[in-house]
Ligand binder design. Structure first.
Ligand code: HEC
Length: 159
């Protein structure tokens, strides 16, 4: 145990720094960030369609949209999933657009059809899930050599 107490001035300075950091984040979250793809990106049209038609209810940072609820307490009924945090496949997007989501929730049906729906589906399939750790360790499986099963990792070659 350390001797002495943390001076209360240091503690409140720490609190102030943390509070300021959160405030800055909150401000950034409200900003208009716009589409983060270059205009010659094949998915640019999809990003644009997404920001025009889906932004009110779905967050996706590469499209500059913030529609999903930031925290559970602020959640509104119409808020849809945050696509930074969820990976969606092309077929899932086409299904959701045609059927109004996966449940009979507040998402409207057929907001987009035909080519437009497909462009958004391609775009989302490519760019959703950016916050998901795709390098997360896979569930334990027997190693090819049968050795080192209990090794906590870090010993495999490559990535
Ligand atoms: C009025 C709000 C609203 C709009 C506009 C909206 N959505 Fe949704 N969306 C939701 C809600 C709420 C859900 C979750 C409930 C559900 O699945 O029915 C959802 C679910 C989804 C899902 C399923 C995701 C999953 O994994 O559960 C996809 C994909 C989707 N939306 C894509 C889109 C796309 C693409 C657009 C624009 C063309 C769009 N949404 C416009 C509200 C909306």
């Amino acid at each position: 145990m350390l001797s002495g107490r943390m001076p209360s001035s240091a503690r409140s300075r720490f609190t102030a720094v943390v509070t300021a950091a959160f405030a800055a984040l909150a401000i950034a979250a409200c900003g208009e960030e716009g589409i983060q793809l270059s205009e010659d990106d094949p998915n640019y049209a999809g990003a644009e369609l997404f920001s025009q038609n889906c932004s009110g209810c779905h967050t996706l940072s590469v499209a500059g949209t913030q529609g999903s609820a930031e925290d559970a307490n602020g959640r509104e009924y119409v808020d849809g999933p945050n696509f930074d945090q969820r990976i969606v496949e092309r077929d899932q997007v086409l299904y959701a657009i045609a059927n109004g989501g996966f449940s009979s929730g507040p998402m409207p049906q057929d907001i987009l059809v035909g080519d437009d729906a497909e462009k958004v589906a391609d775009f989302l399939a490519e760019y959703s899930g950016s916050d998901v750790d795709q390098n997360a360790p896979e569930p334990a499986s027997p190693s090819p050599t049968g050795a080192d099963e209990d090794d906590g990792g870090g010993s495999s070659p490559g990535d």
